[in-house]
Design a protein around this ligand. Sequence first.
Ligand code: FES
Length: 109
Amino acid sequence: MLTFACKLEELAEGRSKRVDVQGNKVAVVKIGDDIYAIGDTCSHQNYSLSEGMVLTDDLEIECPKHGSTFDLLSGQPRSLPATKAVPVYEVSIENGNVMVDIDVDNIVS
Ligand code: FES
């Protein structure tokens, strides 16, 4: 089920915003016209990915603690020390609202 995450206008280009969607911490990222939603908690340790950098050219987000990067489309880690994926969520924009399908976490393994 699609659930409200934030207003589209709250997102800054090439940045991540941490939101709480039904108790799940989600990093919402805007790159151009595309919006991505990825689990905000690094799979290595308990750090917020939203506090890291967004690598817009590679469609990745970097954990601020130890530097693992995660693919925004698949949630897969692209560099160590993280070895497990984080969930990614389907996103829909409805009337200026960013909606996330929190019920289905698409961990690609
Ligand atoms: S806590 Fe994210 S890479 Fe270590």
